[in-house]
Ligand binder design. Structure first.
Ligand code: ATP
Length: 338
């Protein structure tokens, strides 16, 4: 008589910065797991959930009414213990003790490094889902959360533009993105920013030249009787950030500058349709990958097709902001305030 195979046990966690759409992915994974009769466990607070053996079963009832919620019902966290061999071994011990067959991690490049560390000590299957607002993972056109984050930033900046216009004022708005310019450049273009200072078009060594260029440009705009002047700045790029840039414009150009560091508002809020749908497709594909015995990969979507990319290749930061977009802003639209 043929022996019946034990149902696979899946572990799931969300790690690193939370991203809108993580809940939609959790829901999709849970429902697809239930469909294929797999057991799904949700580990809480990122990798801390493995280290502290803090988890609960994820059944369809647990994921009702979450697709529209930002954040993550599993909670997320940074987990410094994972940067140590002791922490990695504790995480692996938990997976072995709980007889987990496959672990799905939704997160960014740091979280994927965590999976690679686990991979050295564990035989189970490892699947990554790109969940970060930064869009800085290779192997997927978009990460879960990016579309919502840029829409949130655009909505906020449209409001800033109104008040800047009322006072004919210069504003510097600093956006998130860690070390990638996807958020800054896309939002800058979508908000018709007069200046976008991002990783694609700015070298911090050329700071003084850029300052002089901006001051001259603002003077020219005044002569043209243009209104507000918006500078979108990527975080971790200008030495000292938006406040330092604003201060330099004031000191060197006698310009009154409003400053806004948009910050965590970019992480929150209900995910837009694009993130909900992407998260749903990737979540279901993650379970299908486990069933077909794949491991060490990230599930992504390129040109509307599901893709499998080795985890090691997803964290190389090769994916740049689209050249056409950079060229539109830098070359074609450099004709004054519009
Ligand atoms: P985001 O960039 O969107 O915030 P992320 O996943 O890149 O997401 P990180 O804070 O870089 O966020 O990483 C999340 C967690 O992954 C860390 O707190 C740590 O637990 C784990 N991690 C990061 N790098 C490593 C590494 N080199 N080895 C083991 N674990 C790591």
């Amino acid at each position: 008589m043929a022996t019946r195979e034990k149902p696979l046990k899946i572990g799931l966690l969300t790690s690193g910065g939370d991203a809108p759409g993580m809940n939609a992915a959790i829901r999709a994974i849970t429902l697809a797991a239930a469909h294929h009769k797999l057991t799904c466990y949700g580990f809480h607070h990122g990798y801390n959930g493995l280290i502290n053996q803090d988890y609960g079963i994820l059944a369809p009832d647990n994921v009702t009414n979450i697709i529209h919620q930002g954040g993550t019902i599993l909670k997320s966290a940074r987990c410094p213990e994972m940067m140590t061999q002791t922490g990695i071994k504790q995480a692996v011990s938990c997976l072995i003790k709980e007889n987990i067959d496959a672990l799905i991690v939704i997160g960014g490049d740091g979280s994927f490094n965590g999976m690679l560390a686990i991979q050295d000590h564990w035989q189970g299957k490892l699947i990554g889902l790109p969940g970060t607002i930064d869009n800085d993972l290779d192997g997927t056109d978009f990460t879960i959360g990016f579309s919502t984050a840029i829409n949130t930033a655009i909505n906020a900046i449209d409001k800033i533009r109104d008040t800047a216009d009322a006072f004919d004022r210069v504003f510097v708005v600093e956006l998130m993105g860690r070390h990638s310019g996807h958020i800054a450049f896309n939002v800058g273009v979508a908000c018709a920013a007069e200046q976008i200072i991002s990783f694609e078009n700015f070298d911090p060594l050329a700071q003084e030249a850029k300052l002089a260029e901006i001051i001259a440009d603002i003077e020219q705009q005044k002569l043209n009787k243009a209104h507000s002047y918006l500078i979108v700045l990527a975080e971790n790029l200008w030495p000292g950030g938006a406040h330092s840039l604003g201060e330099a414009l004031k000191q060197q150009g006698n310009i009154d500058v409003g400053i806004c560091v948009l910050g965590h508002i970019q992480r929150g809020g209900s995910p837009v349709a694009k993130d909900r749908i992407l998260a749903t497709k990737l979540g279901v594909a993650a379970i299908e990958a486990i069933i077909t015995k794949k491991s060490g990969i990230m599930i992504g979507e390129c040109e509307s097709k599901i893709t499998h990319t080795p985890l090691t290749k997803t964290i190389q930061h090769q994916k740049m902001v689209n050249d056409d977009l950079v060229s539109i802003h830098e070359d074609i639209f450099k004709i004054g305030n519009h």
